[in-house]
Design a protein around this ligand. Sequence first.
Ligand code: WTA
Length: 679
Amino acid sequence: MSDYKVHFDLNVLPAEDIFEPPAPLLAGAHVRGLPNYYELYKESINNPDRFWKTVASQLYFETDSDRGLEYNFDHRKGDVFIRFMSGARSNIAYNCLERNIAKGLGSKVALKWEGNEPADSSQVTYQELLDKVVAFSAVLRSKGVRKGDTVAIYLPMIIELPVAMLACARIGTIHTVVFAGFSSDSLATRILQAKAKVLVTADGCFRGNKPIHLKMLADQAVGICLNEGHRMDSVIVLEHLKRVTVPAKAKVPEVLINKDLDVFWDQAVDSVRGVESPVEWNEAEDPLFILYTSGSTGAPKGIVHTTIGYMVYTYLTTKLSFDAQPDDIYWCTADCGWITGHSYVTYGPLLNGMTVVIHEGVPTYPDPSRMWEMVEKYKVTKLYTAPTAVRALMAFSKDLVTKHDRSSLKIIGTVGEPINPSAWKWLYHVVGEDKCAVVDTYWQTETGGHVIVPLPGATPTKPGAATLPFLGVEPALVDHRGAALEGPGEGNLCMARAWPGMMRTVYGDHSRFVKTFFSSFPGYYFTGDGARRDDDSYYWITGRVDDLMNVSGHLLSTAEIESALVLHPDVVEAAVVAAPHDIKGQFPYAFVSLVNGKSLTDTLIAQLKATVREKIGALAMPDIIQEAPGLPKTRSGKITRRILRKIAEGDKGADLGDTTTLIDQSVIVQLWSTRPAVK
Ligand code: WTA
């Protein structure tokens, strides 16, 4: 096994652009100083099995195993697979709850929930959370749910969301959480693909002033599924609206009840009172959850994570990236509908026995000081958020931040997209008052946990760099011929070896898994991102190199938006590209060719946006739709997106590269002349 070389002379940036770990963190940090990181890193690469065994020994296993990481990344040598601790049996919910309670954390607060309205809040201790999880797992069992079945969860960010996830995990049931901002069509697709027979949802909720008709959307989704011949056994409905404050001016969503399928959460829990619901000891590679993420072609991919590798990896990454300590109040602003809410709201922090704050609302409601108000109110020590939220809040006066006490803060993490140095520095100077570590965590739904990340007590940071690999992770920058670069340079970001927490397959489509992630550069896992490595071996993520775009930290597929647009009878063809946006990072910019005689009226634009919202969700709605009588295409019929991207960017002076392969070069002139003014 290679001895991975890392150079540690931080000599690239001017001294003022390197931020040493803050002194107060150093004293008690789990990993202290760069040499300590390097030592651990070397061990994790040179003796991975010994290294991961030591980590695993901090968790509970019903049955242990001598096996470590086993994998094949090279499809030319056989099937691609990843396994960790084969033969072992454990349970991640047990490790989050009973194991911590046995260590004396029963009366420690596990979750603190704050609602959409600041007046609404509640909390549960580890013992209370366990009681809720056991009861809800009994409800699921009473509905016929068994180990290996799939349950779909479509809930707002409330305590019952982690409860439902943990209840599934307790009984070996695979959960698939669907973000409550997704449309009924998206929900239906996921229920069908994941073959879920039980859906857990709520009557509704509010996002800021906006009512979200969750039950109505869930009903529509169930209707679609039934029409497709899918069997639904039950829909468990949480009555959430009755316990929240209704925002001024908002209307309460109406709720219809379907007597054949629907059961109320509270009544179902009452009916199983006293029923025992023992822990299922799951095999290492039993699936824990499926989480759908955009694919660069066609339908979303159901990323599958399994039990033990994911558990060990989210445990360690949370412990080290956020330097988890017993007195932490940890707040991750992500929703459990995304991987961040799986790994770093639910599993990682609870495995570490942390007190976790969750927020149902948005950071700008009722006003843009909400985030700092909550930091003060809960005395948050570790805050984990997204660059898009930071950019949105930076636009307001500094006073909104500084009027709130943030002295509790120690670490501020970001995730979702590359963080621009000015947002990084704003977090460091304005929010953290030069006293906090800012950790830019690079990872993906597929990686399960952080893969490139500074450790707050060890890694000097550079604004905009995700810095160094996590323990056990070996990144490689690979050129278009598949050769790994040595030393500094830029290339396709790949991983040269497996780590316990990475995905195992795409649900129901293993060949898509192999094709998407392992065929571009045989022998490597390909992330789909580009990256640069500097003279200090620090990684700087440059963004997606495939047809995915990153809007407010959420990946969207251009192909999926195009498919939604062409559903409209007036649209012949559509091409969607990413255009830069100050706050969202990127936004979808759509070019549409219309059927003869039709023109792009405001009504048609509104209809097209509505179609995208209905098929995918509001996040995917193009901000700009431009009529394109013709699209630039090569002679083989391929749309040249790089040209459309330049038009969307409004970069008229840009070098369009070689345009001689286009069938009709005049379309470029025409698209420039009809480009709508961008606000
Ligand atoms: C992007 C989110 C730069 C990247 C956890 C990746 C980032 C995709 C960062 C995964 C970061 C995430 N710096 N880019 N710190 N974090 N990304 O699956 O393009 O929703 O491939 O997982 O987000 O998005 P996903």
